[in-house]
Design a protein around this ligand. Structure first.
Ligand SMILES: [Fe+2]
Length: 274
């Protein structure tokens, strides 16, 4: 104990001596020029900037990795849908293509289009929960079967909402059968209260249901489907979106391209379901 005190006293004495000598030297130092001060200050700034750049790059790499993992999950889940019902799988891809065309025409930004692509790909994923005898029935559904079929948007949401990156898509899928006049399901939402992406997907979904050929009936020509959309514009569909959809699909039809591409699911996909 005594020894320690002695050491502390001698260290304090040394420090005092040092301080005195530093004080003397400071008097003879030439004043630092403003440029010099700037250089001295910029070194820690530079270190901070480099650290920030590294952090930004790291965050961007992590985002990229997260997106890649999510896309693998999307492809796996859609593969499950393809195993359950090949028609619904193809329908989901075509609905995504139509939704993206409408989204582009409406002026959505690239990030919004990406989110729309995810939501549209997943909109009918809840059909996995619909029994085959109802889902694959090659005829009109009776009342009870129709009730079972109507559960699919809520089932889509249930399947998706447990995985954080799909939470938003879950809500868009849940409401893709809401009608503009409030007579849709599951929540009877009305007009602009219905999420924009759900309103877009509903138009794309209905258009594909009308134009795709099934074993028991031939798909309608685009022109007939356009007039159907027009007729239910304002009651079933958002009228502004219907106008944009018809306009962009007329341009698409004129291109006469038999296939389309998506960003998440690679490949040249047939426009014609037949
Ligand atoms: Fe649906």
């Amino acid at each position: 104990m005594h020894k320690k005190k002695g050491n502390m006293a001698s260290r304090t004495a040394k420090t005092r001596t040092k301080k005195k000598s530093t004080g003397k030297k400071a008097k003879v130092v030439t004043p630092v020029s403003p440029e010099g001060i700037e250089n001295v200050i910029s070194i820690p700034n530079l270190v901070t900037n480099v650290a920030l750049l590294n952090l930004t790059e790291e965050v961007s790499n992590l985002r990229q990795q997260q997106r890649s993992i999510c896309e693998q999950a999307i492809r796996s889940i859609l593969h499950a849908l393809d195993c359950k019902d090949h028609y619904t799988f193809g329908h989901s891809l075509r609905v995504t293509y139509y939704s993206l065309k409408l989204g582009e025409e409406y002026g959505l930004k690239p990030e919004e289009l990406y989110d729309l692509e995810v939501a549209a790909l997943f909109h009918d994923i809840g059909k996995i929960a619909v029994p085959d005898k109802v889902l694959l029935k090659p005829a009109r559904l009776d009342e009870e079967e129709f009730l079972i079929m109507k559960s699919h948007p809520s089932k889509s949401a249930e399947i998706l909402e447990g995985f954080e990156p799909f939470k938003e898509a879950a809500q868009f899928a849940k409401h893709h059968h809401e009608r503009y006049d409030g007579r849709g399901y599951p929540d009877s939402m009305k007009g602009q209260d219905i999420p924009l992406f759900s309103r877009i997907i509903l138009i794309a979904d209905t258009f594909d249901a009308m134009t795709s050929t099934r074993p028991y009936r031939k798909g309608l020509p685009y022109e007939v489907a356009f007039s159907e959309l027009d007729e239910f514009s304002g009651s079933q569909f958002d009228p502004e979106l219907v106008k944009h959809f018809i306009s962009v699909m007329k341009k698409e039809e004129a291109k006469k391209e038999p296939t389309f591409q998506l960003s998440i699911i690679e490949g040249d996909w047939e426009k014609d379901a037949a």
